[in-house]
Design a protein around this ligand. Structure first.
Ligand SMILES: O=C(O)[C@H]1O[C@H](OP(=O)(O)OP(=O)(O)OC[C@H]2O[C@@H](n3ccc(=O)[nH]c3=O)[C@H](O)[C@@H]2O)[C@H](O)[C@@H](O)[C@H]1O
Length: 432
């Protein structure tokens, strides 16, 4: 007789043969199996959770960003907002700085605060690059009395609340998705911040009473494939080479619309490759420094036929002066309560250095300052948004803003390297 022959032929027979002992055994057996599989299942969930791409090392996708919630509101919060935005000098202005924990935002906020203006920051602290650097900038600003509200420029309720609490005279709008090459990886984030975010902000500004004057960050990248040098504000900007550039160009057109319909005073600043202490780790001068120190090979782009790739690198202190002069010369918006009352100011300025430097020379300067030879890998300029060169004509900014850059690349990089070495010593690691 085989074991198969021992099997009950009918359920009834099986039931009759079952002893209480066997029943208990089966019951315990099933319980053990159930417990075992529950643990396996729980383990799989935990493994999935910890290995999922939502870990902090990856930049957030735009939809996740828009779902983030921030804590704001309440009497204590409003008191901090008011106190930070309070003007402390005779002819001071009160400015909402968006992107205040960003590179340019931090420097501009600190400079405004130093001269007695009221400054309130706004930043969403996203993880496009190392958020700990943004937190360190926030701590720096906090020490000088600038409060940064955590929130997204797409949050209309938050923006409206800020204008309810403070009658800002000016907005310095620097919050944006930056970076030329990253636009191919995450196009949605550019639409989210540079287009939707800008429109939201302008909607709230146009409804505010009084309407603030707005100065905002456009980009040298709007010149795209333009080959006429130096780039003048009157040159064509209808051939962007990256989605980043296209969203900044769209921003300039959106600014025109809000100026035309609602009487908002708007000034767009075309920044040319801004660098310096507290800079952005995604920019070449920054990660070249990190990688040269690590002994890693750095990719240096060259154009077709060994053509030189060059940038009109502009030092942060010069940019800050241009930003403050733009705020100081901005005329008032003319509308109120969403209605235009008369024509308002609409401006665009190049803020560059007017002396382009080849990227290979930038690397040579860094080698000298770091006292380390770079491992160079010369490669073809990828077709992912980079243009071959930029060169600003700044006569318009000179005339109307008194803008006059004074820092050459050698001097500016020296200051950057000094900051970099002190910031990343003492256990902090470079990342980006
Ligand atoms: O003016 C602007 O409006 C923009 O400036 C900045 O863009 P870019 O001028 O492209 O700066 P950045 O990436 O530092 O590359 C610098 C140089 O290094 C070359 N480059 C770059 C990377 C690399 O691996 N190798 C290399 O040779 C590269 O070809 C380039 O020649 C801001 O990031 C951008 O947000 C925007 O504000």
């Amino acid at each position: 007789m085989t074991h198969l022959d021992n099997s009950p032929s009918t359920p009834g027979k099986f039931k009759m043969d079952k002893s209480p002992y066997i029943h208990r055994l089966r019951w315990h057996g099933s319980l053990a199996k159930l417990t075992f599989w529950s643990f396996v299942f729980l383990g799989m969930i935990l493994i999935f959770f910890f290995r999922s791409p939502s870990s902090n090392s990856l930049p957030s996708d735009p939809s996740r960003r828009s779902l983030r919630t921030y804590n704001w509101g309440g009497p204590a919060w409003e008191k901090r907002v008011r106190s930070s935005a309070r003007v402390r000098s005779r002819h001071g202005i009160s400015v909402l700085v968006t992107g205040a924990a960003g590179f340019v935002g931090t420097h501009v906020s600190a400079a405004l605060k130093r001269r007695g203006d009221g400054v309130l920051g706004l930043d969403c602290f996203n993880d496009y690059y190392d958020p700990s650097l943004k937190r360190a900038r926030q701590a720096l600003l906090e020490r000088s009395g600038v409060f940064i509200v955590e929130g997204d420029i797409n949050d209309v309720a938050l923006l409206s609340k800020l204008f309810e609490v403070v009658a800002f005279t000016h907005v310095m709008h620097l919050a944006a998705q930056a970076g030329v090459r990253y636009a191919m990886e995450n196009p949605g984030s550019y639409v989210h911040s540079n287009i939707a975010g800008l429109v939201n902000l302008l909607e709230v500004c146009k409804n505010a009473n009084p309407q603030p004057a707005i100065v905002w960050a456009s980009s040298s990248s709007v010149y795209g494939l333009n080959t006429k040098v130096p780039f003048s504000e009157r040159d064509r900007t209808d051939q962007p080479a990256s989605l980043y550039a296209a969203t900044k160009k769209a921003g300039e057109e959106i600014a025109h619309t809000y100026n035309h319909i609602y009487g908002l005073s708007l000034t767009g600043l075309r920044f040319f490759t801004v660098y310096g202490p507290w800079g952005r780790p995604d920019m070449a001068y920054f990660f070249f420094t990190r990688d040269i120190l690590k002994g890693k090979t750095i990719p240096i782009f060259e154009a077709a036929n060994h053509g030189t790739v060059a940038r009109d690198f502009t030092y942060i202190d010069d940019i800050v002066k241009g930003c403050l002069a733009s705020l100081d010369t901005a005329e008032k918006s003319t509308g109120s309560g969403g209605k235009k009352k008369g024509p308002a100011q609409l401006r665009v300025f190049n803020l560059g250095n007017t002396s382009p430097v080849p990227v290979t020379d930038l690397v040579t300067i860094l080698e000298r300052l770091l006292k380390v030879k770079a491992k160079r890998n010369i490669m073809k300029l990828p077709r992912n948004g980079d243009v071959q060169f930029t060169h600003a004509n700044i006569s318009s900014a000179q005339r109307e803003l008194g803008y006059k850059p004074t820092t050459d690349l050698q001097t500016g990089l020296k200051k950057f390297v000094r900051w970099y070495l002190s910031y990343y010593s003492g256990g902090k690691k470079a990342s980006g």
